[in-house]
Design a binder for this molecule. Structure first.
Ligand code: NAD
Length: 342
């Protein structure tokens, strides 16, 4: 199959592209406009593969997108291109409105035009998978026993979450109105290698190694549901093949962790890796800072549907994955030199 991956030079997208090239026989076309959050080095391992193509383009550019669809004739589209950092959406929401909402609208229009023109057999085979977030459901109460399911109401808090919720609504509208075959996935917080170091886990690792303060919002009691990026992309791939058209699936490995516990665990992993470090114990670097505006307290996803219908479950335990991730950043300082500075 030919698979278009938008946002394939970002953190999750590049993991997905490495997986598709290394573990499947599909052809992959990455469309990415290369914002600060992207890094072509993350695709270096697959860039020479003859099944891999890269196109630098903005998904908001309709005529460029029409040409790409016409030239590549995709069987699948996996849509990840987005502005993804909540703090940036609070200080400057405009890019989120443009890339996440208008960008998704253009992608839907172009996909629909392309799909409508296909012969019946190809039409029945086409699918667009939209990668969304647990943040569209908003804050889950601290003591809520009911985890967030696919039927929970949308209640986004940040401009980022609202832009993703808007893009979800557009995707549903194109399914309900035009019949465009779509599936939506909602995943929890990802971690793993090649993540831009403004996100919590790489930020903590890099600040701790360099002896800089480790900022934690508020009292650090907020709970996030951590998912390794490799687990995430395996789930996306399974849903792409087995997911029901017009349906949505939550993806998480049910690892609810308080921010403060996550950070102290990373610090103690670093204490073990660098027993002679002058920054040891690294948790002395923790600094509680003013809470994020509109900060959601807890996200936690119900994944029964994913487990039952798709037969997916996480393969590796959280602690092992976290250690592996810390080691990756320690060993890959070179990759960090290649990121675009913010
Ligand atoms: N990382 C997470 O924890 C997480 C959690 C839930 C959902 N998601 C969703 O997964 C997707 C990928 O997230 P990520 O963490 O890899 O993000 P990222 O910021 O690392 O990568 C996003 C990529 O999209 C590209 N991009 C942005 N706007 C574009 C445009 N207009 N045209 C073309 N390319 C564009 C960027 O250049 C970048 O390469 C996003 O849609 C995000 O909302 C991520």
């Amino acid at each position: 199959m030919k698979i278009i991956v938008t946002g394939g030079a970002g953190f999750v997208g590049s993991a997905l592209v490495r997986y598709l090239i290394n573990e499947t026989h599909h052809q992959v076309v990455v469309i990415d406009k290369l914002t600060y959050a992207s890094n072509l080095e993350s695709l270096r391992d697959v860039s020479d593969n003859e099944r891999f193509s890269f196109i630098r383009s903005d998904i908001c550019n309709r005529s460029a997108m029409e040409d790409i669809f016409e030239n590549y004739q995709p069987d699948r589209v996996i849509h990840l291109a987005a502005e993804s950092h909540v703090d940036r959406s609070i200080s400057g929401p405009e890019d989120f409105i443009k890339n996440n909402i208008i960008g998704t609208y253009v992608l839907l229009e172009v996909s629909n035009l392309f799909w409508s023109s296909l012969p019946e057999n190809k039409k029945n085979n086409f699918k667009l998978l939209h990668v969304s977030t647990d943040e569209v459901y908003g804050d889950l109460g601290e003591n809520s026993q009911n985890l967030t399911s696919e039927n929970s109401a949308y209640a986004p808090s940040s401009p980022y979450a609202a832009s993703k919720a808007s893009s979800d609504h557009l995707v549903w509208a194109w399914w309900r109105t035009y019949g465009l075959p779509v599936v939506i996935t909602h995943c929890s917080n990802n971690f793993g290698p090649y993540q831009y170091p403004e996100k919590l886990i790489p930020l903590v690792i890099l600040n701790a190694i360099s002896g800089k303060n480790i900022p934690i919002y508020g009292n650090g009691e907020q709970v996030r549901d951590w998912l390794h990026v490799d687990d995430h992309i395996r789930a996306i791939y399974s849903i792409l093949e087995k997911g029901k058209i017009g349906d949505s699936y939550n993806i998480s490995s049910n690892n609810e962790v308080k921010n403060i516990d996550l950070v102290t665990t990373i610090c103690s992993i670093l204490d073990d890796i660098f027993p002679e470090s002058k920054n040891k114990p690294h948790n002395n670097l923790i600094e509680f800072v003013e809470d994020r505006l509109g900060h959601d307290f807890r996200y936690a996803l119900d994944t029964k549907k994913l487990n039952k219908e798709i037969g997916w479950k996480s393969e590796v335990g959280f602690e092992d994955r976290l250690k592996e991730t810390v080691l990756w950043y320690v060993r890959n300082f070179k990759w960090l030199e290649t990121i675009q500075k913010y």
